[in-house]
Ligand binder design. Structure first.
Ligand code: SF4
Ligand code: ZN
Length: 313
């Protein structure tokens, strides 16, 4: 297999794009494509401050690296969740995120959830009794809240996450199986800013997961290989496996599934009333973030509940 650009030996073969590239041209191709997607979906400009949610995994570090190479003003945010799972997951992922930032002279904000709210995620989840054993419901709630909070308090216009095509296709598949109209209408590369929340963008949403793995390996980016121990057995991993089977039989199927969805959504062709799910929002009296719940938002309610319970123990 030869590189399409220079004829040298190819390092990466992308069947879905009918494109093979050598290391040098692959490492040029990825940022070029990212820049194209940033412009196409009007994600952000060079004048805007961007906060990249960094987990220490390959996608978020690749995203930060690419934005830095493209000359964007991108700082990182690492949330210390306090998850050990026998592999010291949080400790190791923070070490790698910090190492990445230090080596490049980039700014990484670190928020330690335990220091901030008294308990690490698994304990917050246990005492709040949300999520039936797995901490993912509370974890998702806390991560969303903290990303919004830091972006607002530190004046970032844009919040960027490293979701890749495999992530987006799996979410789309799940939302389609459940015909979750509210989520389908909100899913996309850009969620505009609203109610004082920063704009959310996913610049890697058109890259396959293996393309990001190849990028990190060829760029020499050290990242945490292990997934969060709580991800094991999750529905989204199951959907990813199903979609991988489909992709093997029909290269490009994942990308087509996602892109055709975006086109249909743009045309207003989703067979869904465009005004569903526009619940009335008001600012939470405690943290100021928008909520549809009467009184406190679900994050503040969860934290309050866990604090009351730990006091009464
Ligand atoms: Fe949080 Fe881990 Fe669950 Fe992901 S898999 S939501 S990081 S607990
Ligand atoms: Zn609140």
């Amino acid at each position: 297999m030869k590189c399409k650009k220079c004829g040298e030996k190819a390092s990466v073969n992308m069947r879905q794009h009918k494109l093979a590239l050598c290391k040098e041209h692959y490492l040029e191709w990825v940022p070029e494509q990212t820049e194209r997607f940033i412009k196409k979906y009007e994600m952000f400009t060079h004048e805007e401050k961007i906060l990249v949610a960094v987990s220490g995994g390959k996608d978020s570090l690749a995203l930060w690296d690419i934005l830095h190479r493209l000359g964007y003003q991108a700082d990182g945010l690492y949330l210390g969740l306090g998850i050990d799972g026998g592999i010291n997951y949080s400790h190791e992922s923070q070490r790698l995120a910090q190492k990445f930032a230090d080596e490049r002279g980039l700014k990484l904000h670190v928020v330690d959830i335990e220091k901030e709210y008294g308990q690490p995620i698994p304990v917050l989840s246990e005492i709040s009794h949300r999520g039936h054993g797995k901490p993912c419901a509370v974890c998702g709630l806390v991560k969303r809240h903290e990303m919004n909070r830091i972006a607002r308090d530190l004046g970032y216009a844009v919040l960027a996450t490293g979701h890749n095509l495999d992530d987006e296709a799996a979410v789309l598949f799940g939302n389609t199986l459940n015909w979750s109209s509210e989520y389908l209408l909100r899913q996309g590369p850009v969620l505009p800013s609203a109610d004082g929340l920063a704009r959310k963008v996913k610049p890697l949403c058109r890259f396959y997961e293996r393309e990001m793995t190849a990028y990190c390996l060829l760029r020499g980016i050290e990242y945490i290989y292990e997934e969060c121990p709580f991800a094991e057995g999750s529905t989204s991993i199951y959907y990813k496996e199903l979609l991988n089977q489909l992709e093997t039989a029909r290269p490009g199927a994942k990308l087509t599934f996602y892109l055709k969805f975006l086109e249909a959504r743009k045309r207003g062709d989703l067979f869904i009333e465009q005004n569903v799910g526009q619940a009335h929002l008001h600012p939470c009296p405690k943290c100021g973030q928008p909520t549809s719940a009467p009184g406190l938002c679900s994050f503040c309610r969860t934290i309050e509940k866990t604090q009351q319970l730990s006091l009464s123990e």
